[in-house]
Design a protein around this ligand. Structure first.
Ligand code: MOS
Length: 676
């Protein structure tokens, strides 16, 4: 289907958080810490307040009190402590955006600076083992004896990979528009991946009962995780509005987004693999070293995909974390699986070369019967099908595995493969469906962050009701609607779709209205290993003159349950794969070791793929329907597309050049440095 909101989007009528027309609106602009660690000694807002049009200066010296148990990233102006460079320490509210921004530059903040530490290393003395990793998984797992497995291996690899800080760059910047009514009810137009959760967080932060807060996010211009948790702009708008008694709007600049909307933790990952003479793994060990802030423990689940992928009698995965003077990392498309599978799937390619095996064959030979770590049966698993179908479509059988031999003029050509995986879960959700003028109205507080959620839910409802999708209208993005979970963790369609199906079934019985709450249904789910799988194939051309790398072909084959809508699903897969291409070759946020914070803070320095970079990206899928997951038989598709892409491209670069670059991104500079 075409997106139901396509017309309002392309005609500019779709309203985003900062675009709601509000009378008498004022504007807020944030002042950010210029030190990486220490205390705010004094805030002098005199010069700012003297400027005509300035209404207020907020800081730790002048701001409403927030609840004591607020998330420290959201507890704006509640403390003098500075935890990272770029943290919001003050804000100016003014009649116009321009005045607020100019006055913010006139706010003088004096600090007591301490020495800071922003450098992740695998031997950092502060490394520790977190109790759990996200979402709530054991940080360490062990089965069998890895040392013994490696000792009896015919061939083995012991390799370390590094991934940099990465940032989400949604087109719509983080923005909020807040106002209080005369009864003390707060309305926040926020850019959010989930208004139910955001309402709870905003209410808790401000110490309000949730009924007193309404969050609206009808259209969201991308999130990828950066809008999955409430971000400071929502709290700042609410506080500023309360202080000046007017609606307040705030739009973060692209540079500010790099500082306060989260990022993918950098990782250092050591993978040790052993294989016997038959090409079966004897041991798999995957250890991840990553960072969090001093404010919050965010422990990314980096090595967890290694608990799912391959049959190995000895299997150990673990995580080590160090708390640095940095902003708290957060979600970025496929947190955990994406960087983790980069390391595992690069190491599998290295092992294939070490053992003289075809990399597709090595994976097929080690496909497990049950989930390796838990021993649970898979609800469905068709990685082998994806590898075979991809190999066939890609022409893999014609590949000479010898690296560095295929050349066209200055261009070295190579191909590579990697697997993809992503968990497929669902959360409880509510939904209501009613009849309206002969049509149907579906209502729930779901989020459409550009994925086509509205459209797919209309299609799911229409399927149950037995009517054309055009007769189903979906209303979402408002916390006053029935509660619904986030657009996150690739769980949106499965979670909301289940509630919509149940509500429609109820309407079919009742005739007028159907209401559903899937809490009990989901509680009764059987214990199964639930994952989607995929295989990605890449062809690269590497210039031996300039080091330029072009991905001339990228093919993804996915086994992701029933595909509810082909057009929308293809967009998700292609978007994920293109983002994976960015991770492989371009994306990197450099940390400023001297001053803290980040050196790359805009799209001139942080490169994301443009159309010309995505030369030939294809996504296809196998016929799969998994009725043990949800009534649609579907699996999540929002994130799996980015998983494995970087490894496939890195493996292709090795095949083209004969060199392994184990530190992302693989830039021309790194290629040129390989020259003897
Ligand atoms: Mo996505 S990182 O699950 O919002």
């Amino acid at each position: 289907m075409n997106r139901t909101e396509g017309r309002v989007k392309v005609t500019g009528l779709a309203t985003y958080a900062a675009e709601y027309p509000v009378e008498n609106v004022a504007y807020a602009y944030a002042v950010q810490a210029q030190i990486a660690k220490g205390r705010v000694k004094r805030v002098d807002g005199t010069a700012a307040l003297e400027q005509p049009g300035v209404l207020a200066v907020l800081s730790c010296e002048a701001a409403p009190r927030l609840s004591g148990d607020a998330d420290p990233e959201l507890a704006l102006f509640q403390s003098r402590e500075v935890a990272y460079r770029g943290q919001i320490v003050a804000a100016v509210v003014a009649d116009t955006y321009e005045i607020a921004r100019a006055a913010a530059a006139a706010v003088r903040v004096d600090y007591d600076a301490d020495d800071h530490d922003v450098r992740l290393s695998a031997d950092h003395p502060g490394l520790y083992q977190p109790e759990t990793v996200n979402p709530d998984l054991p940080s360490e797992t062990q089965k069998g004896d890895v040392e013994e497995g490696l000792a009896r291996a015919e061939r083995s690899v012991d390799v370390t990979y590094r991934t940099p800080v990465l940032h989400n760059n949604p087109m719509e910047p983080h923005a909020a528009l807040a106002s209080w009514d005369t009864e003390g009810r707060l309305l926040v137009y926020d850019t959010s991946q989930g208004v139910t959760a955001s309402r709870a967080t905003i209410a808790q932060t401000l110490g309000l009962p949730p009924e007193q807060v309404r969050v609206v996010a009808r259209h969201v211009g991308g999130g990828f995780g950066s809008k999955g948790t409430t971000r400071p702009q929502a709290i700042l708008a609410a506080l500023a509005s309360r202080m000046v008694g007017r609606p307040v709007k705030i739009v973060l600049t692209r540079q500010q987004m790099f500082d306060v909307t989260g990022y993918r933790t950098p990782t250092i990952q050591r993978v040790r693999l052993g294989v016997d003479a038959e090409g079966r793994l004897t041991a798999l060990e995957h250890m991840a070293y990553e960072q969090s802030s001093t404010l919050v423990e965010f422990a990314e689940q980096t090595s967890t995909p290694s608990r799912v992928m391959y049959a190995a009698p000895a299997l150990r995965t673990g995580h080590r974390l160090v708390r640095l003077d940095v902003a708290t990392p957060s979600w970025m498309r496929a947190p955990g699986e994406c960087p983790g599978m980069y390391a595992l799937e690069s190491a599998m390619d290295e092992l294939a070369y070490a053992a003289g095996l075809d990399p597709v064959e090595l994976r097929v030979r080690n496909d497990p019967e049950t989930e390796p770590d838990s021993g649970l049966p898979f609800s469905s698993r068709n990685l082998v099908g994806c590898l075979r179908e991809g190999a066939h479509r890609f022409g893999w059988e014609h590949r000479d595995p010898t690296p560095g031999i295929r050349r066209e003029g200055e261009w070295l050509i190579g191909t590579g493969v990697a697997a993809s995986t992503y968990p497929t879960r669902r959360w409880p959700s509510q939904a209501v469906v009613t009849t309206r003028d002969g049509d149907f109205l579906v209502q729930l507080a779901a989020a459409d962050i550009g994925t086509g959620a509205r459209t797919v839910l209309a299609r799911i409802a229409a399927g149950v009701l037995g009517v054309a999708p055009e007769r189903v209208h979906v209303e979402l993005g408002d916390s006053d609607l029935p509660q619904a979970p986030l657009a996150g963790g690739s769980m949106g369609t499965a979670s909301w779709g289940t509630a919509v199906v149940r509500a429609c079934e109820e309407l079919m019985r009742d005739g007028k209205e159907g209401r559903a709450d899937t809490t009990e249904e989901i509680k009764a789910d059987a214990k199964l290993a639930r994952h989607a799988f995929g295989a990605q194939f890449a062809q690269v051309r590497v210039s031996s003159v300039t080091g330029e790398i072009r991905v001339s072909r990228l093919l993804g084959v996915f086994a992701a349950g029933r595909i509810v809508d082909a057009t929308l699903a293809r967009s998700q897969f292609l978007g994920g794969m293109t983002m994976g291409l960015g991770m492989a070759l371009m994306e990197e946020t450099v940390t400023d070791e001297e001053f803290g914070g980040f050196l790359h803070r805009d799209l001139a320095q942080y490169h994301v793929p443009a159309c010309a970079d995505a030369q030939h990206v294809e996504a296809v899928w196998l016929d799969e329907r998994d009725d043990r997951l949800n009534p649609m038989g579907s699996k999540g598709i929002g994130e799996i597309g980015i998983v494995g892409t970087a490894a496939a491209i890195g493996n292709a670069v090795h095949h083209a050049t004969g060199h392994r670059i184990r530190e992302l991104p693989i830039t021309p500079a790194k290629i040129l440095a390989l020259r003897p």
